[in-house]
Design a binder for this molecule. Sequence first.
Ligand code: FAD
Length: 320
Amino acid sequence: MAASDLLRPALLAAARSPRMERTVTKIPVTRNLVDRFVAGESEDQAVTAATGILGSGRFITIDHLGEDTTDLAQANGTVAHYLTLLSSLAQLAPAAANTGEPRSIEVSLKLSALGQFLPRDGHKVALENAHKICTAAEEAGAWVTVDAEDHTTTDSTLSIVRELRQDFPSLGTVLQAYLERTEADCRDLSGPGSRIRLCKGAYKEPASVAHQGKVAVDDAYLRCLQILMSGQGYPMVASHDPAMIDAALQYAQANGRGADDYELQMLYGIRDAEQLRLIDEQQHLRVYLPYGEQWYGYFMRRLAERPANLVFFLRSLTST
Ligand code: FAD
């Protein structure tokens, strides 16, 4: 077994540990590495980074970092951040809004940051909070996509997405190829007007619900991609993996999809040169741009994905 396969579960467990969060966020050099993946803490910093990315011909989706909130005030605070963000984004994007072409500006939401885990009425609070953000996004000419979190949230998340889509038909959602259920979800959700972001999946999931190991996950990703590309929706191919990207381009061509009928997506700070190369090839490429103070969980999942990032982090620790 590769060292990365051993480290990944430990890092993903640490991503959910408040004790590890207190330790890691206190290490001064952590900040340098975090800056590679996170575009600052304020709306102004996020909008500045987004403006540069849009200027290069790429699209953006902006995520206000935060997750697993069990505090109503914090959930409401997250909504306020999105509303501030969207009022700035409105000035960047109006022309793209109603042309039928892909919208260059999007925000991504985590329902667990909007109150999904509140003890009594989490589902209702998250739904209402997401509804407020979708309303503001519509006015700003931006799309909204709901992120996928761990498998215990999938049913609740997809049910909230179904409810929201009655008022906001362009609402996108994320499916994780590593979950056994996802091929069926892709079939259910690949109808006209749907926007599905397909990713491999970033959480620590048990073998009872998820494919384990890179080969099985990659195979599942390709099966899901086939379903979405031959469906009637708008597939959003979220991967840095050259094999997945090549397959996406082939499947798109085989299904007669033009450049406006699907898009590629990568995370901020990852494979920047490849992102620009794909733009030169006339592909639509959207950058997932996270910002905010609650970067710990997001950062640890990036370390878990790529041992080179962890080595870089450990080296900086030992050289201080
Ligand atoms: P991996 O299997 O991690 O990498 C495969 C190959 O890609 C590597 O071998 C290498 O060739 C190349 N590669 C990867 N990283 C780098 C790098 N830093 N530099 C150079 N080459 C690299 N997960 C969720 O669970 N929920 C979500 O809502 C979610 N949203 C996402 C949105 C976007 C836009 C993206 C891109 C990812 C999202 N993810 C989400 C994360 C996703 O699930 C994966 O954990 C993550 O993308 C890593 O998988 P991968 O497909 O890039 O391939």
